[in-house]
Design a protein. Sequence first.
Length: 166
Amino acid sequence: MAETENALHKIDSLVEEAPAKKDHRRKSSLAPDVKNTIDLEKEGTKIEIAPETQKLNWKINTSPGTLDEKDVLKKPLCMPKVKKMDLHFRLGLTVTARNLKGVTIKDALDAIHKQFKKKADDELDDPILAGFEWDPEENYHQFIVHLKKQGASQPSKKKKKGGADE
């Protein structure tokens, strides 16, 4: 009988500690060069916004996929790359762009578009994205979104008609 008692060993979860849990996060989803804004603030790192964002002339209620320069969408929104960035509008609205591999310009435009896609053109005072501004004094963890009334003039595709009324 003594042999049976030694062979069977019961673990009581209240008495003995269970083995430590392994980290559940997949390492493949974490990019080594992507930072958290909290860590960047502690280090005092300056964030540089991609200059391409100011030349997009993108209408905020249209899909980012309609942009002519599709290669710009893949570029990081800022350097160093961050996991998430809050995008703050003058009227008080804040949207968040997220990407564990680094927020791209497309991620930011998608976050903005999600808020404005149901708005008609005449409902928007300033429908064109003018760019982003980072003011670490005001809020280190957000970019201020600047909008404007109209984009840069695009080359006209209208053909002149030759007619009697000229």
